[in-house]
Design a protein around this ligand. Structure first.
Ligand code: PHE
Length: 477
């Protein structure tokens, strides 16, 4: 099989940013932030993006560029182990789960896009969201969104995506800046700004363990990490790119759009008296729909804004669909048409379940995605650290400048040891949370350490042990 490669460096960066910037920034981020204490969440989230997101992105890049294969092929080729190959299949499942709920939200966006022309949601933005979010009509709009996604993937329009992203990204930023500037001048907006930007440290300390899994999950989701997307995109790269520089640029651009989305949503929510926590999955829809209803020329702004969100969502959903499509084409020799057709049939059903049942939707879009992406990224990192080892360092250094070269070995220890330990901790506490078990089992033994200190102690012990293991097993020093 001859593999394509990106035409330009900026083409790769924009495609990766196109995958990263999507509903995660514009819809899920405000939702997660409002559910988890506002600024306290933002602070933890930014820390995770920097310390986990960027190194994690590089782990996917390194595996992708080295193997030039889809996630399943990459893990089995580079390791020659059937266990890793089996693990690779998890990413196919993850893609199914992701696109199932993503397509439902994409359907909501399409509906708001259409509703902006007619002003359908203007009279009662809150009630409107409640009336369209789940049910038979939501299934219809989900199918529409899925159909557009499938058509684009069917045509293999990477160049189309690249071109669209170039127009989309500035448009998104300009519109968000304008909305933010307007939103913060509203009466009562300052409370929203404070909720979003001034962390309550006492709240943070008391709720750190609850915030952490959500912040880690969101950081991975928004960077498209742990699903194999970034791995696949990097498999089309030539050797001459600096993975570290590109990865940093992608993370910075993506974070900027996410943070900006919060600056738009929260002041408006507070000014309208909706407040935090009243947000949920509807935060973006209710707040912005209200804003557009109140704005002069709100209809026009609504059309443009939701149109842009549709594009951002599509450039992400395409990257989700491409993972299982490339897997079926590469590994089973299916035609692209058969792969897209079959998978679309599956997604039509799994998405419909999410569109009909609010409980299923909430679980899939929140907890399940957090867990799958966290588990997936841990797998990639351990693979880079323990299977590739010194080869991963070489791969990261290829095409890099002096700074990235000197950081390559510390990076390997971070992704091979420290970050997985941290993520496994958040994974376990996320699982415990989902099962309704309070975290902090040491309290049963009468130990009165605070949870944060337990985290530190456990992390330190496991990290030191595996650090020694990594040094002995594969000398990278
Ligand atoms: N990063 C995308 C967004 O923010 C979602 C995504 C996750 C895409 C995982 C691909 C893989 O909308």
């Amino acid at each position: 099989m001859t593999r394509e490669s990106w035409q330009t460096r900026i083409g790769f960066i924009l495609a990766a940013v196109g995958s990263a910037v999507g509903l995660g920034n514009l819809w899920r981020f405000p939702w997660m932030t409002s559910d988890n204490g506002g600024a306290a969440f933002l602070l933890v989230y930014l820390g995770v993006v920097l310390l986990v997101g960027v190194p994690g992105l590089l782990a996917e890049f390194v595996i992708g560029r080295r193997s030039r294969r889809n996630p399943v092929g990459a893990l089995s080729d580079l390791s020659e182990s059937s266990a890793w190959s089996a693990f690779g299949h998890v990413f196919v499942v993850t893609a199914v789960i992701l696109l199932s709920f993503y397509s439902v939200v994409g359907g909501w966006i399409l509906r708001y896009f259409a509703g902006s022309f007619t002003g359908a949601y203007f009279a009662a933005p809150g009630a409107y969201f409640e009336s369209i979010n789940y049910g038979v009509e939501a299934v219809g709009f989900h199918l529409l969104f899925l159909g557009v996604t499938a058509l684009i993937v069917l045509r293999g329009v990477r160049r189309g995506i690249e071109r669209a992203t170039k127009l989309m990204m500035p448009a998104i930023v300009v519109l968000l800046l304008a909305l933010a500037a307007w939103g913060v001048t509203l009466d009562g907006a300052s409370e929203g700004v404070a909720f979003y930007l001034a962390p309550d440290i006492a709240f943070l300390q008391a709720n750190f363990l609850n915030i952490l899994p959500a912040a880690a999950g969101q950081a991975l989701f928004t960077l498209s990490l742990g699903a194999g997307t970034m791995l696949t995109y990097a498999s089309y790269l030539g050797e001459d790119r600096s993975l570290a520089a590109d990865g940093t640029a992608i993370a910075v651009l993506n974070t900027f759009v996410g943070v900006l989305a919060g600056v738009v949503v929260f002041p408006i929510l507070f000014a309208l008296g909706v407040g935090a926590g009243g947000g949920g999955p509807g935060a973006l829809f209710v707040s912005l729909a209200s804003a557009f209803a109140a704005l002069p020329y709100g209809q026009v702004v609504g059309v443009v804004f939701f149109g842009v969100v549709v594009l951002a969502a599509l450039s992400s959903s395409i990257s989700m669909l491409e993972i299982p499509v490339s897997f079926l084409v590469d590994e089973y020799g299916l035609s692209r048409r058969a792969a897209v057709g079959g998978l679309t049939g599956v997604f039509a059903v799994t998405g419909a379940v999410c569109a009909l049942d609010q409980g299923v939707f909430g679980f899939v879009a929140g907890t399940l995605v957090d867990l799958l992406l966290t588990g997936g990224l841990v797998g990639f990192m351990l693979f880079a650290g323990w299977v590739l080892g010194a080869d991963a360092v070489t791969e990261l250094q290829g095409g890099s400048g002096p700074l990235a070269r000197s950081l390559a070995t510390p990076w390997l220890y971070a992704v091979g040891v420290f970050i997985p330990v941290f993520l496994i901790f958040t994974f376990v506490s996320g699982l415990a949370d989902a099962a309704g078990v309070a975290v902090g089992p040491l309290s049963l033994l009468g130990v009165t350490l605070g949870p944060t200190r337990i985290l530190l102690v456990v992390t330190a012990v496991v990290a030191v042990v595996s650090f020694l293991g990594l040094r002995r097993s594969r000398s990278v020093l």
